[in-house]
Design a protein around this ligand. Structure first.
Ligand code: 4AD
Ligand code: MG
Length: 438
């Protein structure tokens, strides 16, 4: 046997092998996902990240050593398989590999994630997340997340946006002081960034249109199925653009994301048992007042001016089967930088994009104050520390035009697209108020 065809030297990925004609000889590498035996034939399903394939090992087709290794290999062992491709209607994917040689590259101990262990503790799967991520459904959701991000980069590049990055160690609160993680920065107070928005506002004067993809941190006390303490945010900001332009941009992005998932991830959606269609744009719009009326009718009451309570948002979101905007949030429910309507200064030029089916907010965007005096006045009335915002104010002295932008949470979008009960399933290693390990 030539070196090329010995187990351990991969010739194809499993995805490639599944499309090869019968009788092709392949060397595959992967992990054993399942094992079984029927009569004298030993079966295994091998996984390599590109797909799953069934392999069948008969005693009379392989060396005694290879057969013994195949028999003894525990689930999740890393293995090398040599064999020929066979058509087999009963096999998942319609193909099977008839094994001619087999080797264990890295053995596995007995797999600790058992049905009874999962049943015994509700946190077990997340305590064991370093291993549990190998599961079919978990990996499917995380692959869909990856395609949502690929679509984002393609979309913004096509639309002429420049990718930037920004520090995540900062001195400014962007979204209010109550959700800041503080840290000691060589004797000075600093924080983990809640949003890159302020840096994007600086960057638009250099690039016109920018976007960013990076982690955001929130010391959210909320123990809900949509809150993480660390998550990935996609944010975009454009100069010479108002809130109307901003909402159109969000629609285009979400459409690009969902089209991409439909095109590239149909088998992952199937693994998740998720029936999902890409929504048409433009998305419906309702006003904050209209949303409040729906909430009141559904028995959730709150004062005009307060942010939508989580339960109200969930109930309103259940009324829709496509994403929709809630427009015109009161200033009292919004961060300091929001521009208000000329005719009603209590209402901001902002909107939340809400995913349907009870999933809730996936994006927040708005038009920013671009006038120096107006912004200074807002910072003062909200009693924010002017020193921390000096550079942000400074931007308003050097040609700051009308501008707008938004932030959209990657795990929130993934949760909606995949139909996940809890946002933590959309993160490889989720961080919540009760979890910083593994
Ligand atoms: O609504 P947020 O707080 O808005 C901002 O940070 C703006 N400065 C963004 C901008 O205009 N550039 O956060 C934006 C999005 C939310 O709509 C949500 O999708 C996600 O970030 N998000 C969270 N995702 C998971 N867990 C949390 N705790 C989140 N907080 C916000
Ligand atoms: Mg928001």
């Amino acid at each position: 046997m030539s070196l090329q065809s010995r187990p351990g030297h991969r010739t194809h990925t499993i995805k490639e092998a599944l499309s090869l004609p019968p009788s092709t000889v392949v060397n595959l590498n992967g992990w054993i996902a399942t094992k079984s035996s029927i009569g004298g034939i030993k079966f295994a399903t091998i996984r390599d990240g590109s797909g799953y394939i069934q392999v069948a090992c008969k005693r009379d087709r392989v060396s005694p050593q290879a057969f013994q290794d195949f028999e003894s290999a525990a689930r999740e062992s890393a293995v090398a398989v040599t064999g020929t491709v066979r058509e087999d209607k009963r096999a998942p994917g319609g193909k099977e590999i008839s094994v001619t040689d087999f080797a264990i590259l890295a053995p596995a101990e007995e797999w600790p994630i058992t049905k009874s262990a999962v049943k015994a503790s509700s946190s077990f799967l997340y305590d064991m997340r370093h291993l549990a991520i190998r599961g079919r459904k978990t990996a499917a959701a995380l692959r869909i997340r990856a395609h949502i991000v690929y679509a984002t980069f393609d979309y913004f590049e096509k639309e002429g946006f420049t990718l930037i990055s920004a520090p995540t160690i900062v001195q400014n609160a962007v979204e209010g002081g109550s959700t800041l993680f503080g840290l000691d920065y060589f004797g000075r107070k600093a924080y983990l960034s809640q949003s890159a928005q302020l840096y994007e506002e600086a960057a638009i004067a250099a690039f016109g249109k920018v976007f960013i993809f990076q982690p955001a941190f929130r010391a959210e006390k909320s123990k809900t199925p949509k809150h993480l303490t660390e998550f990935w945010m996609i944010e975009a900001e454009q100069a010479f653009a108002n809130q109307e332009d901003n909402m159109r941009l969000q629609e285009g992005l979400v459409k690009a994301m969902t089209d991409r998932v439909i095109k590239d991830c149909s088998s992952d959606l199937e693994i998740l048992g998720r029936r999902f269609t890409s929504p048409d744009i433009p998305f419906p719009r309702i006003s904050y007042d209209g949303a409040r009326d729906i909430a009141l009718k559904k028995g959730v009451s709150f004062e005009w001016g307060e942010d939508l309570p989580t339960e109200a948002e969930r109930l309103i979101s259940k009324e829709f089967d496509v994403p929709f905007f809630i427009t015109g949030y009161p200033l009292s429910a919004r961060s300091f930088y929001h521009m208000t309507e000329d005719i009603n200064p209590r209402v901001t030029r902002s909107a939340d994009l809400i995913a349907p089916e009870g999933m809730g907010e996936i994006a927040t965007g708005g038009q920013r104050i671009h006038d120096y005096n107006q912004l200074m006045e807002r910072i003062k009335t909200q009693e924010l520390p002017t020193e921390a915002f000096d550079w942000y104010l400074d931007l308003r002295k050097y040609g700051m035009p009308e501008h707008s932008g938004f932030g959209i949470g990657v795990e929130r979008v993934t949760r909606w697209v995949c139909g996940l009960k809890h946002i933590r399933a959309a993160s490889l290693f989720p961080r919540t108020i009760t979890r910083v390990k593994p």
